[in-house]
Design a protein around this ligand. Structure first.
Ligand code: HEM
Length: 401
């Protein structure tokens, strides 16, 4: 086997997690490769192959298979249908119901609140001469926004953040290993909190997202069951939080590592929308998503047998030279930029407009407030958080003035 054909793929390996991009490159050289990690698994990395798998929900299912090593997770997290882990017709019904909470008007109305939260966070950090992008801005902002959308008291957001961080750690437990008790406890607390909140909104509905979803539950024709409703609220808290946090963190890291692009964005704030797309492409918060197949299928010439898992490597596809000119170059004005960071097809991220707006406000506000932004410890090694799927930094100290 030649050097180019040799692959190493282990999302639980620390070096792999710290910088997965070199490991993706050999996967670009040919059709999807097969591995056997507990179950047969296909690694799909090229842009055209990833897009084809995501668009073909008939062959590639989003419902996780009931494998023995996943049983424990199902028993902890429950197995009510979830929008992201379902196929039509269940997915069609859930997506239609939850879309009510994500209308363009609802998202637009959040803008002043997002600015207010961002300003209050930066106010706290200003005057210190430095800030940690993660601790001071990227970690708290998305959870403040989601808590506001869900209509829960503002002071509860640190509690949500802690639950959500702990539950995400479940990703970091290799399949087959028991989940830590802290993960079980956090999930139980989260569920109990929302059972009580749902009951409150049933009695006193408001204009918040939980009330909108409860109304969908109470409606007569199409309904969300109580278990589905709770599952969705929990997914929002998890899917909407860590991802947006990591867009802000990975995005600021890319800018500080490319001082020319950082200066360019400072001088030309109108480039912000395309800069956000480039941050999503270059170092996306969601590295991969999973599918599984029920019948033997071919993917770009590779036969994949029924029961196999498919790793759809979105972040690898986003650096495919067959799709992107100079894919390793970070160019905040890149056009076209049809990246797969939000997925593709029927599961395309429902929160994409919100994430784009939050990212633009958070990063834009840093530029508005500070004339000089540079890494505080450029030589220090970066520390990444536990999950491979949700790629993000533990901390990113900046010097600002
Ligand atoms: C930069 C931030 C974000 C990224 C990179 C991201 C990425 C993704 C991706 C890749 C998918 C598709 C998964 C698949 O096909 O298996 C997805 C789906 C989803 N995302 Fe996001 N997401 C982000 C922010 C958000 C936010 C802010 C919310 C909600 C507040 C959200 C809620 C969802 C939901 C509910 C789905 C499932 C949609 C469906 O299955 O139909 N996401 N996201």
């Amino acid at each position: 086997m030649s050097e180019a054909e040799r692959i190493f793929f282990n999302p639980w390996d620390e070096a792999f997690r710290a910088n997965p991009y070199p490991y993706y490159k050999p996967l670009m050289a040919g059709p999807p490769r097969l591995l056997n990690v507990f179950v047969p698994m296909a690694l799909v990395a090229r842009y055209a192959d990833c897009a084809a798998v995501l668009r073909d929900h008939e062959h590639f299912s989003s419902v996780p298979p009931r494998l023995p090593f996943l049983e424990e997770r199902i028993s902890v997290f429950g197995d009510a249908p979830r929008v992201v882990f379902s196929d039509p017709p269940v997915h069609t019904r859930l997506r239609r119901l939850v879309s009510r909470a994500f209308t363009p008007r609802r998202i637009r109305e959040l803008e002043p609140k997002i600015r207010e939260f961002t300003n209050s966070l930066l106010e706290r950090a200003a005057g210190r001469g430095g800030l940690d992008v993660m601790a001071d801005l990227a970690n708290p902002l998305p959870v403040m926004v989601i808590s506001h959308m869900l209509g829960v008291p503002h002071e509860h957001y640190p509690m949500f953040k802690q639950w959500s961080d702990t539950v995400i750690e479940a990703d970091n437990t290799p399949p087959g290993m028991p989940l830590p008790q802290t993960v079980r406890d956090a999930f139980t607390a989260l569920r109990e909190y929302f059972v009580a909140e749902i009951e409150k909104r049933r009695r006193h509905p408001g204009d918040d997202l939980v009330s909108v979803l409860v109304a969908a539950h109470e409606g007569s024709d199409e309904v969300l069951s109580e278990a589905e409703l709770i599952a969705f609220v929990v997914i929002l808290l998890l899917a909407g939080n860590e991802t947006t946090t990591n867009l802000i963190g990975n995005g600021m890291l890319a800018l500080t590592r490319h001082p020319d692009e950082l200066g360019r964005l400072g001088r030309s704030p109108e480039l912000m929308p395309s800069a956000i797309e480039e941050m999503l492409r270059y170092d996306g918060p969601v590295q991969a998503t999973m599918r599984h197949i029920r019948q033997d299928t071919e993917i770009a010439g590779t036969m994949v047998t029924a029961g196999s898992l498919i790793f759809v490597l979105l972040a690898a596809a986003n650096r495919d030279p067959a799709q992107f000119r100079e894919p390793e170059t970070f160019d905040i004005a890149r056009t076209p930029n049809d990246h797969l960071a939000f997925g593709e097809g029927i599961h395309f991220c429902i929160g994409a407009p919100l994430a784009r707006m939050e990212g633009a406000i958070a990063i834009g506000s840093l530029f508005e407030r500070f004339k000089r932004i540079r890494p505080a410890t450029p030589e220090a090694p970066l520390k990444y958080k536990g999950s491979f799927f949700l790629r993000g930094l533990a901390s990113l100290p900046l010097e600002v003035a």
